[in-house]
Structures are given as structure tokens and as C-alpha cells.
Design a protein around this ligand. Structure first.
Ligand SMILES: *Cc1c(COP(=O)(O)O)cnc(C)c1O
Length: 428
């Protein structure tokens, strides 16, 4: 697999190099040169396969011979060794595709765990790698758990203090070992800025073997393509021609993966890019003007991002495939409407959480009568227990996976968004 830098098309690298580098020069995202397309017969055969077999097939098609098929198979089976996507019907023609049955109860487990395998594969000469990542919640947990006790890999996670749920915090800030967590007195965007500064510091980057595990990393996106195929395979045949998928978007990695799946020939009719009040993309699609506002805190905090870093990939894909951006559904939902939607869902017998509820609401509003809608359940309701309990007047039971960490002490450092201080922690 060859990829080019979106900011300098002459910078071209292999898949493994792109995973190792994260970003190219001028902070450019890597994007595949070849976009493989499945023949109708191949696709039919693949849909019949089980999730793991099919995922190996998809990833080997994309990655090519850089990783032997035997290794790739091992990595996929290890990375996806947890319950995959599940379909939960909500109405006659709308279901939730639940992606939250992994170890940290969010869809990010798929990408983070695959990335861990690839980085470990790369790290044959035992250099130290430092994963530096900013999180608005779920990335931190998924990355920390995926890399926990990984050999020669240190993980440093920045998160906005007080802006993620207590449960989320306990899930990744209590591990210790090779996992360092830093609570920043600021917003998620400020965390992301610090990460960018670190990557701009060439000396630091070299000395610490800096790598990002954010969804800018191509390995995460490729892994996520796999569950779109699975979602499709889980839908009854009679509905498969008219599937609309509504994706709760933050950094737009999830949606990018879906669009890549479609570009490979997966017959998804259309997508809806669903955001909360941080609506840079919906406003852009409406007005043609890219105008990020300051980030606003909402109850769907994993989507509190006003400068989504995967957006250039979405634009590139539309450009390459000669698709029209106006074919992309979109919308933004306020906290107020999110709460009402959660209650509506509960009344229909489905307990959800704010991110999925946003995707559901826009899907419900935009779905045509001949279409079949899927909205992604990106996190387990228990991860947003405070909000969900409060709005729905219930007590969401804590799944086993969350029970143990919630008793452990938080091991985080605390600091203002100050690059010099971060640097100190990184070099010690
Ligand atoms: C990360 C996350 C999102 C946003 O996903 P992107 O790939 O960044 O767009 C949505 N919902 C939840 C629960 C998340 O953790």
C-alpha cells in the first residue's frame, strides 16, 4: 500500500511508514494512492464470510504484501478478539449498529487495538516508541488498554480536565505501568494543539520516538472499514439496497472509514454526518464556508471538536471518486434535543447515550420510506452513566469491565496547557 501526503503529493510512503510517522510533513494526512474496488462476485463472497475472515481479506487487499498474510491474520484475530458489531432494532426500518462491546466499551477499540498490533510489528529493533495522544474521552481509554504493557511502547494521554466523565477517567487514568495520563486545564482543542506542538519539535520527536494514536493514523481507519462490511452483512438481504448510515462525528475518522468502505464497493446508499453543536462541518456543507468556532462543551463530549482533523480525507475521497459533497447527509443536534431523543428512544424500549442519540435523531428526520437506516452506537450507555441516569431517571447497570477501575485511584498529572511542561514529562 502506498500513501501520499495530502499537503505534498510528492511525499509518498508505504503503509508501515505511514503508521510509524502518523503525519507527513507540514502535518499532512496520509491518503491511499490506490483505492481498490471489489467486483460484485468478490463482494458477495465476502459478505458471506465471518467477521474475522472477512476483515483479514479486506485489510490484506488494502495493505498488500507489506505484512505477510499469516502475520496479518494473527494481528486481526488478536485485535478483534472481542464481540464485534451487533444490530439492535429500534423501529421497523431503523436499527442501532452497536460497536461498543469491546474492552473499553467504545468503537475505538477496533482501531486502537489494530494499531497496537501494527506498531508492535514495526518495533522489531526494540526502539522506544512514545504514543502521544489527545482525547475527549474514549480514545484515551481505547488506546491505553490496547497498549497497556506493550513492549517498548510508552503511552502519554492528554485530556481536558473535568470535561470527560468520571468513569471514562477511571478507565484509563488508573492503569499505570507504561501509561501516563495528563489532565489539562483547558479544552480538547488545547490538548490537540499541545500534541501538534510536540510533533513540530523535531528534536523531541526523534528523542522520544513520538507517534500519535489519534484517528489521523491510517491503521485505525483501515481497521474501522471492517465493521462497515460487518454491519452490512448483518442487515437482512431485503433491506440491503437502500442502507443509510448515520455516524456520530467528532474527528470524522469513523465517517472516513465508512466512505472508504463505500469506495471499495460496499453498497451503502448514503451517509449522514451527525454532529452536536460543534457543527463546523454541517455549516460548511450548508454554506461552503469553513469557519470553526470555539469548542463548546456538550453532553456528547466525545464529539466536542470544532476542527475535525480527518475532514481533508473526506474531501479528498469525494474529489478522487468524483462524488458530490452535496450527496452527504448532515445535521447538528443541540443538547436539549439530544435529551428529548434519549427519552423517545427509551420509550421505544431502547436505552442509548448522547452520541448515538444524535445520529438517531438526524436519521429519523432524514430517512425516506423506502430506505433502511442504521445509526452507530459508538459507546456503551454506561460510559455516560451520569448523563443517561439523570435524563432517563434510571440506573444504567455498570458492565463488569467498568466495575474494577471505578474503585482505583487516578494517577494523572495536572497542568495548564503549557508545552514546556509537557516536554519535561515526555523526556523523563
Ligand atoms: C470518538 C467518538 C466519536 C467520534 O468519532 P470520530 O471518528 O472522531 O468522528 C463519537 N462517539 C463516541 C462515543 C466517540 O468516542
Amino acid at each position: 500500500m502506498k500513501l501520499y501526503n495530502l499537503k505534498n503529493h510528492y511525499e509518498q510512503v508505504s503503509f508501515l511508514k505511514a503508521v510509524k510517522m502518523g503525519l507527513g510533513e507540514h502535518q499532512g494526512l496520509f491518503f491511499p494512492i490506490d483505492l481498490p474496488i471489489l467486483k460484485a462476485k468478490e463482494l458477495d463472497a465476502m459478505i458471506e464470510m465471518d467477521f474475522l475472515t472477512r476483515s483479514v481479506k479486506i485489510l490484506s487487499m488494502l495493505i498488500g504484501n507489506e505484512i505477510s498474510i499469516n502475520d496479518l491474520k494473527k494481528y486481526v484475530y488478536h485485535a478483534f478478539s472481542f464481540p464485534g458489531p451487533k444490530i439492535a432494532p429500534v423501529t421497523d426500518n431503523i436499527s442501532c449498529c452497536e460497536l461498543f462491546h469491546g474492552p473499553t466499551l467504545a468503537f475505538k477499540d477496533f482501531g486502537a487495538r489494530f494499531m497496537e498490533r501494527i506498531l508492535s510489528h514495526l518495533n522489531t529493533n526494540n526502539e522506544i516508541i512514545t504514543i502521544l495522544t489527545a482525547t475527549s474521552g474514549d480514545t484515551g481509554a481505547a488506546v491505553a488498554h490496547a497498549f497497556y504493557k506493550s513492549k517498548n511502547i510508552r503511552v502519554v494521554i492528554l485530556y481536558p480536565e473535568g470535561k470527560i466523565s468520571k468513569l471514562q477517567e477511571t478507565l484509563f487514568c488508573t492503569l499505570g505501568h507504561n501509561i501516563t495520563t495528563i489532565a489539562i486545564d483547558g479544552s480538547f482543542d488545547e490538548c490537540q494543539t499541545l500534541v501538534k506542538q510536540a510533533f513540530n519539535d523535531h528534536q523531541l520527536k526523534k528523542n522520544t520516538g513520538l507517534n500519535s494514536a489519534n484517528s489521523i493514523n491510517i491503521s485505525r481507519l483501515l481497521a474501522q472499514i471492517c465493521y462497515y462490511f460487518e454491519a452490512y452483512a448483518l442487515i437482512p438481504k431485503k433491506h440491503r439496497n437502500n442502507i443509510v448510515i448515520s455516524v456520530p462525528c467528532g474527528n470524522f475518522g469513523n465517517l472516513t472509514a465508512g466512505l472508504l468502505a463505500k469506495s471499495m464497493g460496499l453498497p451503502i446508499k448514503s451517509f449522514i454526518a451527525a454532529t452536536n453543536t460543534n457543527d463546523t462541518v454541517p455549516r460548511f456543507l450548508k454554506t461552503g464556508k469553513w469557519k470553526p468556532y470555539n469548542c463548546i462543551s456538550t453532553i456528547s463530549n466525545a464529539m466536542d471538536i470544532s476542527r475535525p482533523n480527518n475532514w481533508p480525507r473526506v474531501e479528498e475521497l469525494f474529489h478522487r471518486k468524483k462524488w458530490k459533497l452535496n450527496q452527504l447527509g448532515y445535521g447538528s443536534i443541540s443538547d436539549n434535543v439530544t435529551c428529548k431523543t434519549l427519552i423517545q428512544l427509551k420509550n421505544m424500549g431502547y436505552i442509548s447515550e448522547p452520541h448515538a442519540a444524535i445520529a438517531y435523531k438526524l436519521l429519523k428526520n432524514q430517512l425516506q420510506s423506502n430506505e433502511y437506516g442504521l445509526f452507530f452506537g459508538t459507546a456503551h450507555p454506561a460510559k455516560f452513566k451520569n448523563v443517561v441516569d439523570d435524563i432517563l431517571n434510571i440506573t444504567v447497570p455498570l458492565p463488569e469491565k467498568l466495575k474494577i477501575p471505578s474503585k482505583l485511584p487516578i494517577l494523572s498529572h495536572y497542568m495548564k496547557p503549557n508545552f514546556e511542561k509537557l516536554k519535561k514529562i515526555l523526556i523523563t
